[in-house]
Design a protein around this ligand. Structure first.
Ligand SMILES: C[S@@+](CC[C@H](N)C(=O)[O-])C[C@H]1O[C@@H](n2cnc3c(N)ncnc32)[C@H](O)[C@@H]1O
Length: 253
């Protein structure tokens, strides 16, 4: 999947709010080493650096365009191009943080314990993932992709449930953690613009579908936009409300 930092940043304020909530939920007092996995354009890393200015920070991402955007922030951090699943931590980190990234990877039953293993005793694994895949924004995309006109090319891209429920993550992490805090928040974003839900998805889930279609992408996008507009009607003030559920977990070692 190729990422476009400018498209992703269009809703930067809304996207950063869960990262801020996650950073604020970490109780580690003075972490010396922090890893931000799937650091993207570095905006969430910046929150970590602001809270712990003395910490050594490593940002890991497999998208060069996102890492280039992160490097422009001028943070005192090391940026490394690597996969979250191939990353070798070397010695342990006091905080392993990942905001809105791990849902892109499969096999959480293997991945999350491995990430918790990278945390030093007394430290924290802090993760946030969207859990919004049954919402109209995503369900309509998947339904359209699996409709007769498109399924030959798009069905392999559909992932209806990349994130499990909170109980599942509790059971995976509890045997290895000293304590676990798991919660969900549904943000209700009030978005501006003509078709903000489509523009939001164009920063993330819609991208690979459009990319796969090449010159046919505008036809698919127009049909998706028509369905999304009906599912998210504008309010009287012109805004579009976009409820978005997210799952958070902080596991202490
Ligand atoms: C939605 S962005 C989130 C960026 C940032 N964490 C934030 O909160 O703004 C997801 C990021 O995860 C990265 N990513 C997705 N899968 C990855 C993988 N397997 N290994 C490394 N990075 C990955 C993408 O390149 C992208 O920058």
């Amino acid at each position: 999947m190729s990422w476009d930092p400018d498209q992703y940043a269009r809703f930067g304020g809304e996207r950063l709010r869960p990262a801020r909530d996650l950073v604020n939920a970490i109780s580690a007092a003075r972490p010396a080493r922090i890893a931000d996995l799937g650091c993207g354009d570095g905006r969430a890393t910046e929150l970590l650096a602001a809270r712990w200015p003395d910490a050594e920070i490593l940002g890991v991402d497999d998208s060069q365009s996102m890492l280039d955007a992160a490097a422009k922030l001028g943070l005192r951090a090391e940026w490394r191009r690597d996969g979250i699943d191939t990353w070798q931590p070397g010695s342990r980190f006091d905080v392993v943080f990942s905001n809105a990234a791990i849902h892109w990877l499969p096999d959480h039953a293997t991945l999350l314990p491995r990430l918790l293993d990278a945390v030093a005793p007394g430290g924290a694994l802090a993760v946030q993932m969207p859990r919004n895949f049954a919402a109209p924004s995503h369900a309509l995309l998947f339904d359209l992709a699996e409709s007769p006109s498109w399924r030959a090319r798009l069905a392999p891209l559909v992932r209806r449930q990349p994130v499990q429920d909170p109980q599942w993550y509790y059971d995976v992490l509890a045997p290895r953690a000293r304590s676990i805090d798991i919660w969900e928040t549904e943000y209700v974003h009030a978005l501006s613009g003509d078709r903000p839900v489509v523009e939001w998805l164009k920063g993330t889930w819609l991208r690979p579908f459009l990319h796969a279609l090449g010159p046919d992408a505008p036809v698919f996008e127009a049909e998706y936009a028509r369905q999304v507009a009906a599912a998210y009607p504008r309010r009287a003030d012109g805004k579009t409300l976009f409820p978005f559920r997210r799952l958070f977990m902080v596991a202490m070692r």
